[in-house]
Design a binder for this molecule. Structure first.
Ligand SMILES: [Fe+2]
Length: 195
């Protein structure tokens, strides 16, 4: 589980393919990283590696979002060129399983790390939207409130609740995972425009 580039270099790699002014995208990258780190800590996994997966999972988003079926088709080449191995790349691509991206429609996630990434990156949307609704405040966000928003399917409707529930494959409850998500985003609140 060695990483070929530092976190700083990963940020540079992201900047190459994603505009710095696309704040929502950057918030999503950073929140995915932080939730993955928090989750790794809880599960005694490699925080640095899991964090890097979260940070880079949408590396090709900036160049594919105009035509989303292309999302994740450019990432393997970008990551390979940066020195990442096949396992890391496969882990990244697995968060697109079930979506229309080339070759992923009928693929299913199998590994713990794959469930972790998909669930974490999907949870960011729900937590961020809820924080914005609360006046951008996350410091006092409670699990009970987030649970209500989880159950309200009309709220942040694009956050697929079934994917968030994939975290249960990690041997933790949904409640535990939602709390990990709150803690993860709280850790970096200043960097993602929350307080
Ligand atoms: Fe994502």
């Amino acid at each position: 589980m060695t990483l070929p580039i530092s976190r700083e270099q990963s940020i540079e790699l992201l900047k190459k393919y994603n505009k710095e002014e696309d704040k929502n995208d950057w918030n999503h990258f950073l929140e995915s990283e932080s939730i993955m780190q928090e989750l790794a800590k809880k599960l005694n996994e490699n925080e640095e590696y899991w964090g890097m997966l979260g940070l880079l999972h949408d590396v090709d988003w900036g160049i594919t979002k105009q035509n989303t079926v292309e999302h994740l088709t450019k990432a393997p080449e970008i990551l390979k060129e940066a020195g990442f191995d096949e396992e890391f790349i496969n882990n990244i691509v697995s968060h697109g399983c079930g979506f229309e991206c080339v070759g992923l429609k009928d693929k299913k996630r199998e590994k713990k790390i794959e469930f972790a990434l998909a669930a974490s990156e999907t949870l960011t949307g729900l937590i961020h939207a809820y924080a914005i609704m609360r006046g951008r405040k996350i410091s006092d966000m409670e699990l009970s409130g987030l649970k209500k928003k989880f159950k309200d399917k009309a709220f942040a409707a694009s956050c697929d609740r079934e994917i968030i529930k994939e975290a249960e494959n990690l041997g933790i409850t949904l409640d535990e995972f939602l709390q990990i998500g709150i803690d993860g985003v709280k850790n970096i609140k200043d960097k993602v425009g929350l307080n």
